[in-house]
Design a protein around this ligand. Structure first.
Ligand code: C5P
Length: 193
């Protein structure tokens, strides 16, 4: 039986870093589900058709990490048919042996409500903006505005809004180093297993 770890949280909260580290530690597969929405947004044209036809090469584009790609992703992610087209792939991935880590916004609530471990990773707006600005080499004030706009849209949409599952463990990484946050997440996974 496969062990599934669902990690959700706002942009630049540290969830991707934690997800990758957990997958490496336990030898699990990892899926950054934000990349699916970024790829759909970047494809242009009809987003529903793009989601239905999404192929591995679409996920390999190097321009998917930009703030613009994040905004485009957040817009197409509010379309119910786009989300529906991506559900099956994510659920199948979640059953990878011996386990899988998926990070996104609706993994614990919609994609894998039965996950063995659900984490909701947060950090203050200022810290998230600083981390993302360093990562992208971009202006911190502009990134802060972008993150807030994207989080507001992700949390307010009707379909699969960003929110913690009722049984998710909250991990606030504002004052934590990466190593500390990862160690905490590994301890949670061991306890859940
Ligand atoms: O995680 P990342 O910042 O790459 O996600 C980009 C956008 O994709 C998010 O702002 C959100 O709108 C959307 N997304 C989503 N559901 C997920 C993952 C990402 O709606 N599971």
């Amino acid at each position: 039986m496969s062990f599934t770890i669902a990690i959700d949280g706002p942009a630049a909260s540290g969830k991707g870093t934690i997800a990758r580290a957990l997958a490496r530690h336990f030898g699990f597969a990892h899926l950054d589900t934000g990349l699916l929405y970024r790829a759909v947004g970047a494809k242009g044209g009809d987003p529903v058709a793009a989601a239905r036809a999404l192929a591995p090469e679409d996920l390999a584009r190097d321009d998917l990490r930009s703030a613009e790609a994040g905004q485009a992703a957040s817009r197409v992610a509010a379309i119910p048919e786009v989300r529906a087209a991506l559900v099956e792939f994510q659920r199948r991935f979640a059953r990878s042996e011996p386990g899988a880590v998926l990070d996104g916004r609706d993994i614990g609530t919609v994609i894998c409500p039965e996950a063995e471990l659900k984490l909701y990773v947060t950090a203050s707006d200022a810290v998230r903006a600083r981390r993302r600005a360093l990562e992208l080499g971009a202006d911190e004030a502009r990134i802060l505005v972008e993150l807030r706009e994207r989080d507001a849209r992700d949390a307010a949409r009707d379909v699969a809004p960003m929110r913690p599952a009722e049984d998710a463990l909250l991990l606030d990484t504002t004052e934590m180093s990466i190593d500390e946050a990862v160690a905490r997440a590994i301890a949670c996974a061991k306890e859940a297993g």
